[in-house]
Design a binder for this molecule. Structure first.
Ligand SMILES: Nc1ncnc2c1ncn2[C@@H]1O[C@H](COP(=O)(O)OP(=O)(O)OP(=O)(O)O)[C@@H](O)[C@H]1O
Ligand SMILES: [Mg+2]
Length: 565
């Protein structure tokens, strides 16, 4: 719930807002600048101001207070009319001086009043044209209000390495994790691969835990089972052959800090029991030792398996699961479900990859070729979606321009590898785009007219984006049976079942047997046709027959089966 002040000479917007945004408190509207200042002086904690532009108010209430100079220059009637039309901007100018940090949305229902430039000059957070269509107006206002309030709710951005975006779902997760981080209870992080579980544990949870010890991460999916116990609990010399020296385990290293166990589902039932004891009384025994040790750790676990289902299947101990505090488990949504955040995240990842030394060097090289003076230290190269760039962009900065159709492609891509994949994709996109431009620039003469247009804008070619996405598309599902003639451009697709055998050779013979039988069926027993498909030689039917004999396929039996079917 936020406190919002509307500055407007009528009740129109106040009524609209109180009706459509009941979750916020709207203070009684201020009718002019003087009332606005009075309200702001008394009501502490106004979060946002909505400011109309056109004010039909008396001469005495209009800014500026002293109009004599204006009157001297023109017809007083006209002067007042102009002041009324743009009164909101005069008010904004004053508010900027008295309340520099107060967010303001400028709004007008008169589309004949261009307010963009003034709103920007006077550092309004946003502006909006309302259409006198109640529902649509309320919707667009609400989106802007929520966007600005969410930004304000964020603590000052200390360049957080974990990008949160703006959606209420993610801001909710952030709030929850800041609280859980400080407590003693374990935290479960769920989410598909590449959704940021490890990053979150290291860069967000641990720093907020107020613990002085180390952050220690262990990926249990990469540890051989037989080494897990020693790795976690430590081992004493001579505990087993190969234990030539005593070694500390990660529990000891994370003492006083945070232990992050990735892919917790890989822990054996026996080790699960030992971990439970650690959580219950902070006690454990190194492998081969008789002496118990104690530790104080904050445990964060992650998995992309369904732990509850593992408990049901008897593969995860219920008592450990309950102890991990499943009621507060946090699920990080996959990239494709990040909805309206996609644009923000794209932006943030883009700036990150463009800053990588390799991409940065290429960008500086390109800038030099085009005669741009990019300050060395300022390498934040943003990305913009659009067909062209307005003339207002800062020409001392490179700006990447992505075509709306390519943006749509990215937005609708399913991103199975989530942020890890997005980051890699964007890094390739920046590199290849710049390499191509740098190479091109070497070929053109200085003064070539094709080089004249906006050297600060780097267009991302739709072809480039498309080509880089293509290899990441999921493989087409294999057809359940051979397609119509069994040999389209994609080859002969079919499903085979792979059964365990005594050797790999036996497995491949079994698979080969299945597909030869299927081909026999598809081509009506015509061995010449099969040879044509497999060897490109219709005369090779004999070879196929021998091979089938070798594999133990009884041709006569197959023929009889065909005859019966
Ligand atoms: N919200 C985010 N903000 C910034 N970077 C992110 C975010 N999420 C993921 N990344 C980046 O994506 C990559 C993968 O993240 P991370 O390793 O944390 O994923 P994960 O969920 O632990 O994946 P896995 O299940 O495969 O271990 C890292 O390079 C990380 O920096
Ligand atoms: Mg991870």
């Amino acid at each position: 719930m936020s406190s919002i002040l509307i500055i407007d000479d009528t009740d129109k917007y106040w009524e609209l807002c109180t009706r459509f945004m009941p979750e916020h408190v709207f203070l009684p509207p201020a009718r002019n600048y003087r009332e606005a200042e009075a309200t702001l002086a008394h009501a502490r904690d106004v979060d946002l101001v909505l400011l109309d532009v056109h004010f039909d108010i008396s001469e005495a209430e209009l800014l500026p207070e002293d109009k004599s100079e204006l009157f001297a220059r023109g017809d007083p009637g006209r002067v007042l009319e102009r002041l009324r039309r743009g009164q909101g901007l005069h008010i904004l100018d004053r508010l900027r001086r008295s309340h520099p940090d107060l967010p303001v949305i400028v709004m007008t229902s008169r589309d004949d009043l261009p307010i963009e430039a003034d709103a920007e000059r006077l550092r309004a957070q946003d502006y909006t044209y309302l259409l006198d269509e109640e529902y649509l107006d309320a919707r667009s206002l609400r989106l802007q209000v929520e966007g600005i309030l969410a930004q304000r709710a964020r603590p000052p951005a200390i360049d957080e390495p974990f990008y949160w975006g703006q959606t209420p779902r993610m801001l909710g997760i952030r709030r929850r994790l800041s609280i859980l981080a400080r407590g003693r209870l374990p935290i479960i992080l769920l989410g598909d691969t590449g959704t940021g579980k490890t990053l979150l544990a290291r860069e967000f949870i641990h720093p907020r835990s107020q613990r002085t010890g180390l952050f220690v991460a262990v990926d249990l999916s990469t540890l051989p089972h037989e080494l897990m116990a020693a790795h976690l609990f430590g081992v004493v010399k001579g505990a087993y052959t190969g234990a030539t020296a005593s070694r500390e385990g990660v529990l000891a290293r994370a003492h006083g800090g945070t232990l992050f166990l990735d892919e917790i589902g890989n822990l054996s039932l026996e080790l699960q029991k030992q971990l439970l004891v650690v959580l219950q009384d902070g006690r454990y025994t190194p492998v081969g030792s008789v002496e118990e040790r104690t530790c104080d750790i904050k445990l964060v676990v992650a998995t992309n398996e369904n732990l509850a289902a593992m408990v049901q299947a008897g593969r995860f101990r219920e008592d450990l699961y309950m102890r991990l505090n499943p009621a507060t488990a946090v699920t990080l949504p996959p990239l494709r479900e990040r909805g309206d955040d996609f644009a923000t995240l794209l932006d943030e990842f883009f700036v990150r990859v463009a800053r990588e030394p390799y991409n940065r060097d290429l960008a500086l090289q390109y800038a030099r070729q085009r005669g741009l003076q990019i300050p060395e230290g300022d390498a934040a190269m943003p990305i913009m979606v659009g067909r062209s760039v307005s003339a207002r962009a800062d020409p001392r900065r490179l700006l990447f321009l992505i075509h709306p159709s390519s943006y749509k492609l990215l937005r609708e891509f399913h991103w199975p590898g989530n942020f890890r994949q997005l980051e890699m994709f964007l890094s390739n996109l920046v590199t290849l785009t710049l390499v191509e431009l740098v190479d091109q620039a070497e070929l053109v003469e200085p003064g070539d007219p094709s080089q004249a247009s906006r050297p600060d804008v780097v267009p991302i070619l739709p072809r480039m984006a498309r080509d880089l996405l293509k290899p990441m598309e999921p493989p087409k599902p294999v057809a359940a049976a051979a397609d119509a003639d069994g040999e389209g451009g994609g080859g002969f697709n079919m499903q085979v079942s792979v059964r365990p055998q005594e050797s790999l050779n036996a497995v491949s013979c079994d698979v080969e047997r299945q597909y030869l039988e299927r081909m026999f069926d598809t081509y009506g027993g015509d061995l010449g046709r099969i040879a044509e498909v497999l060897l490109g030689d219709a005369g090779g039917g004999r070879k196929v027959q021998l091979r089938m004999n070798q594999l133990g396929i009884k041709l006569r039996k197959l023929k009889r089966k065909r005859g019966a079917g």
